[in-house]
Write a protein that binds this ligand. Sequence first.
Ligand code: PAF
Length: 288
Amino acid sequence: MPKFVYQLMEVLYTALEVRNLTARLKNEAGRLGFVPTMGALHEGHLELVRQAKSENSVVVCSIFVNPAQFNNPEDLERYPRTLEKDSELLRSVGCDILFVPSVMEMYPSPLDLRIDFGMLETVMEGAFRPGHFNGVGIVVAKLFNIVQPDRAYFGQKDLQQTAIIKSLIRNLSYPVELRICPTVREPDGLAMSSRNVRLTPEERKLAPEIYRILTECKMSLQKNTPVKQAIEDALAEFARLPAFRTEYLELADTATLTPADTLRAEGNNALCVAVRLGKVRLIDNLVF
Ligand code: PAF
C-alpha cells in the first residue's frame, strides 16, 4: 500500500507566481526538485515525484499538454486529460507546488524559435516524429526558466528525450542536475504510459508482447546472436501479431543513440522500439 502524505499543495497557473514562490522557497528551504509532466499521471510519474521528494526540500510538478511537441493533431486532441485525479495523486505523494499553465501562458505569441538537436533528431523518435524534440526542448527550457529547479526528474522510458534534455542542459548551461529514473512496468511487463488508457481491452492484452519480444531480443544479443539477425527475429515476432505495426526496433549506442551494429560494453546498449497498436503509439526500451 502506498503511504499517503496528504498535505497542502499549492496550485499555480502563472509563470510569475511560480517564479516568485520558487525563488523564495529556494532561499528559505534549500534544494528544489522538478517533475515536468503532461498529466494523465501513472505510477511512473509518481515514482519520479517520490524520488524528487526524497532528494529535495521542495518538489514542483507541472502539468502541461504541450502542443509544440505533437506532430499529429489527432494525438494532441486525444491525449488524456485528467487534471482532478492528477492533483489528488500528486497530493498523495507529497508534491508541494503544482504548476498548470494554459497554452496562452506558455505561448503568448506564436513560437518562432527552433532548437536543432542535430543527430538526435534524425534517429528513432526524431525520424518518426518530425519537430517533436524541438517542441520538447523548447517547453522544457521554458519550464526550467520559470521553475529554476536544482534537479529535474525524467523517466528512462523516454530514453531519447533524456538525451535531448542532457543536450539542452549542457549546451545552454542550465544549473540543473538531470535525474533519470527507471521505467515502471505493469505486473505483466507493459511499460507504464499515459497512452495505455487508450488501448482497447483486446489491445491491452496484447501490449505486454512489446516487453516480452524486447526481452527475448536482448537475451539473444547477449548470447552473441549477430545484431542484424536478433533484430530481424524480433521484427518477425511482431509481424506475426497483425495488431502491431512496428515503426522501428533498433539497437543503439547509449552515448549517441545512433544505431549500433555490434554489441557495446555492458550498460552501453539500448534496445529501443516504437510500435503502433491500433490507434495508439507505444515506445519502450531496455538498457543493458
Ligand atoms: O515526458 C513528457 O511528459 C513531456 O515530453 C515533457 C517532458 C513533460 C515535456 O512536455
